[in-house]
Write a protein that binds this ligand. Sequence first.
Ligand SMILES: Nc1ncnc2c1ncn2[C@@H]1O[C@H](COP(=O)(O)OP(=O)(O)OP(=O)(O)O)[C@@H](O)[C@H]1O
Ligand SMILES: [Mg+2]
Length: 222
Amino acid sequence: MLSIKNISKSFAGNVVLKDISMEIVPESIVGIAGPSGGGKSTLLRCIQGLNTVDSGQILCDSKIGFMFQDFQLFPHMTVWQNILYAAKLEKNKSIYELEELAHGLLKKLDIESLVERYPGNLSGGQKQRVALARSLMLQPDLLLCDEPTSGLDIATMGEVVDLLKSVCSKQTAMIIASHDLDFLTRIADRIFLIKNGQIIAHMVVKDLKDPIGYLRTLYGKS
Ligand SMILES: Nc1ncnc2c1ncn2[C@@H]1O[C@H](COP(=O)(O)OP(=O)(O)OP(=O)(O)O)[C@@H](O)[C@H]1O
Ligand SMILES: [Mg+2]
């Protein structure tokens, strides 16, 4: 569904991604870990086509949804308008079908009572649910999530794990970028560690006794 082959990316001579390759198969949840500035968001943006790559190839036959690090909700639109806006632009479903889909997602995410509110009046967790509903309106096969737990407390972090697992259909693959190792090891099947733009480790979470400890050791090494 997604094949990344030897991609590299620089911004004004500053190399941000170096020779990154990975394969994402359907139904998998892949974590991208790594320190701040390591290139996680840039990699997701390249996959989505928001950034171009300098070399290498990204082959993707999936419909991609993107949940941004800072949510990027439209401040002048209500929750309901935010959720429907992009889906309406796609013009491949009737407004009736879209509204039905939106109601289902609002219910699942327990945010039905927020439809008339504006993003400025929502808590971080509520904004996140709205952002998730908006990306799921496009019924993606591949959901890219950038730091879905940033700014949330520990209890809510557990909720995000449950939420993502319950709300995405089993067929939806996910790539989740996060520096939160506890979160990533709870949700992901595989984790890539990206540091200074390079993949320095790739692990299958269930194969490791102490995946967090292992990742922490690698964080420390250059
Ligand atoms: N549009 C841009 N122009 C110039 N430099 C950029 C641009 N986007 C990202 N960078 C740089 O690329 C590097 C990687 O940034 P990126 O946002 O991908 O890191 P990250 O791993 O997502 O970090 P964080 O954990 O803080 O979100 C940083 O040094 C950043 O300043
Ligand atoms: Mg980032």
